[in-house]
Ligand binder design. Structure first.
Ligand SMILES: NC(=O)c1ccc[n+]([C@@H]2O[C@H](COP(=O)([O-])OP(=O)(O)OC[C@H]3O[C@@H](n4cnc5c(N)ncnc54)[C@H](OP(=O)(O)O)[C@@H]3O)[C@@H](O)[C@H]2O)c1
Length: 340
């Protein structure tokens, strides 16, 4: 079968296409014919030795997020049948409740293989059913960006109708957050470096928009737009100077979900004390969250935003594309059907 390996992690071109034998199933595993994979900024970090968590050697398969069809099941598998449409979870060991202590060891494409291959084997617990209204490419966008947006809005202090959500940028997580927040009856403020992208954010459901290039102190604009009160949730993607501004944007007791961080960034503890803000680190989310999100996607007929789709042989071009930051939503790679 065809697959990519992550290679020496020298630069974004370090992925290499290889022929691999068909994986051998263990009792609790499911063999998946992968149809589509989506990229996350994490894939750039992993390809450039910049990822701050445990990673395996050069032969590991890249890309955590993939969707496909069950081809075969191990003798102990009870959750899945051949032919079912499935998408992998990001943290295989995080089923529900609080994040388990070993979650960084069971992330897909950390120490475990990723999904950029014609066939992968996955523990039966590390899969969820694809929502009926989504195709494989759409389903492949869900595991990291979708579940992270869901966890940010509903995982700690669930968003209420009428509350205000501030999303930063127009990438994968932000576009999901706009859609989920709108579906929940919230008011959405979106930021971007580009007015054209802000138009797309409005089309997705953003009520107000702020260009963070023309308004570098966008926290003041967010306060102005909420009549001085501040927002209830911020989804902070972790750019230069964003965290202090996010904390300055929230109302008393508001939640800042922190997805990334710049080295050396500092937060004034007094700023947190003054607002009683909750600053919360995040690591995607659990399978339970994924399933709850899928129910909402089906109920509301939501469709993930796919910016561009690449052929399998152009996978490296897709990764380079992600580094340019021109996309809105997600970048997807189609995987050719396997003939066994
Ligand atoms: N901890 C976790 O659980 C977790 C999970 C998922 C993602 N993440 C991290 O969260 C970040 C976003 O992920 P993603 O998948 O949405 O990435 P993405 O698709 O690459 O989108 C990133 C977007 O961030 C925006 N941006 C860049 N600098 C910004 C700044 N200074 N202020 C506001 N927006 C800025 C840009 O939007 P515009 O082009 O519109 O300006 C860009 O399109 C990445 O760093 C990723 O590694 C963390």
């Amino acid at each position: 079968m065809l697959a990519y390996e992550i290679g020496e992690r020298d630069n974004v071109d370090s992925w290499r296409a290889v022929e691999r034998p068909v994986p051998t199933l263990r009792d609790s595993q499911v063999l998946i014919a992968v149809h589509a994979v989506s990229l996350n900024f994490r894939d750039v970090l992993l390809a450039t030795k910049s990822y701050g968590f445990p990673v395996a050697g050069p032969h590991i398969i890249p890309c955590s997020d993939g969707a496909g069809v069950v081809l075969a099941t191990g003798s102990g598998v009870t959750r899945w049948k051949v032919g079912e449409r499935v998408v992998g979870t990001f943290v295989e060991s995080w089923i529900g409740g609080r994040q388990p202590h070993d979650s960084f060891e069971t992330q897909r494409c950390g120490l475990l293989d990723g999904m950029l291959a014609q066939m992968v084997f996955v523990d039966q617990n590390g899969l969820v059913a694809i929502p009926e209204n989504l195709d494989f490419a759409e389903a492949a966008t869900l595991p990291v960006a979708g579940v992270t947006a869901w966890n940010a809005l509903f995982g700690l202090r669930p968003l209420l109708p009428g509350e205000t959500v501030l999303t930063l940028g127009t990438g994968g997580v932000a576009t999901f957050a706009i859609q989920f927040a709108r579906a929940a009856g919230a008011h959405v403020i979106s930021t971007s470096s580009s007015d054209a992208k802000l138009e797309q954010a409005r089309a997705l459901g953003a009520d107000d928009t702020i260009n963070y290039r023309t308004h570098p102190d966008w926290q003041l604009e967010a306060r102005r737009l909420t009549g001085g009160r501040g927002v209830d949730h911020v989804i902070d993607i972790g750019g230069k100077g964003t965290t202090a501004r996010s904390v300055a944007s929230v109302r008393p007791g508001g939640v800042v979900s922190l997805l990334g961080g710049m080295p050396g960034e500092r937060i004034d503890p007094m700023a947190l004390l003054k607002t009683s803000a909750i600053l919360r680190g995040m690591n995607v989310g659990s399978r339970e969250m994924f399933e709850a999100m899928n129910a909402a996607i089906t109920l509301h007929g939501l469709h993930p935003v796919i910016s561009r789709t690449y052929a399998f042989e152009d996978a490296k071009a897709a990764l380079r594309d992600l580094t340019k930051g021109e996309h809105v939503g997600k970048i997807v790679i189609n995987v050719p059907a396997i003939s066994r």
